[in-house]
Design a protein around this ligand. Sequence first.
Ligand code: MLT
Length: 410
Amino acid sequence: MFKINDNFCKLSESYLFSEVARRINAYKAAHPEADVIRMGIGDVTLPLCEAAIEAMHSAVDEQAYGASFHGYGPEQGYPFLRDAIAENDYRARGIEIADDEIFVSDGAKSDTGNIGDILAQANRVAVTDPVYPVYVDTNVMGGRAGLISEDGRWSDIIYLPVTADNGFVPAFPVEVPDVIYLCYPNNPTGTTLNRSQLKAWVDYARRNGSLILFDSAYEAFIRDEDVPHSIYEIEGAREVAIEFRSFSKTAGFTGVRCAYTVVPKELYGTDNKGNKVSLNHLWLRRQCTKFNGASYISQRAAAAIYTPEGKAQTREAIGYYLRNADILREGLREAGLEVFGGMNAPYVWIKTPAGMDSWAFFDMLLDRCHVAGTPGSGFGPSGEGYIRLTAFNTYENTLEAVRRIRNAQL
Ligand code: MLT
């Protein structure tokens, strides 16, 4: 009889956001009259910007004629998009990134999940806690997590708590990790690292031979000068970091699917004989084998957001969500709740009142306010006692959610 990958059996029954959706749907089924405002998964509500829509329409038209039809594209992305990314997201900020260090994909979730393919099982992995669950779950699948204990911690994962007590800035762990996941602006806490805080981690990785997997899916929400948009703004990061970016939140592509990963050519790991091996080469080899590229239509849409019109339109959409974040942050504070994040990020992180646990507060918000969030404990043990709300709903629903929470006097 064939055998399955036992590591999958170690995972919790369902993925966090599937569980949240299941509970909301069950509530809706039991209370069909409830007008539930969904602030759980970070899914956008604004339609795609005009520049992306126009580009997609003309890409579709190209597919209608033999002369302009596109079949398989380059696995690492079309040159027109890689060049636009390198030019606008990096060179324009004074960061040298070559086009062939950019790998276009269908999502940062896929890339942050798949990156483990090119890393040895023996690596010790560190994550901030709370954390985007994909990093932990995919390391469980890859056999790097060990066993889960009663308090929800995996025996082989190194946890870097980020809570109100340390200002949401992770401290260096006692045991040196081989691989460190950092996500900034942070999902789920909506907090950021400033330049010197991020530099400290880059220096740490350089001193210790660690690899940083830097998820900057939310960089478009940064407005503060002192918050780096890219880890490559920090000297030496090209030798220690892979960066993941996404058009999902930047341009509302959660349904379109397009993202990219940067793997600098200075980045080397060692094989089990001690030879240095280029990660850029390994990732290229992995993508060519397992991935056939994001669709031509999605990539044309992504390239369109780098036009002057596309830039203005996406900036406006981000401004809309940032205004929602302001409304949530300030409104919930006025309602007497302790609120963090949401300044350069689309997430607000709320302390549950009166020491309630995260799921109990989730149920209470859903039942009394018809507002659905994501329980902090779903993001890791240090998320217990918090809940996350997203700023991605509409302006009207955001105002309404705050109004309901205020009136409920939680
Ligand atoms: C989130 O809500 O944390 C994200 O939207 C999930 C994702 O990007 O996969």
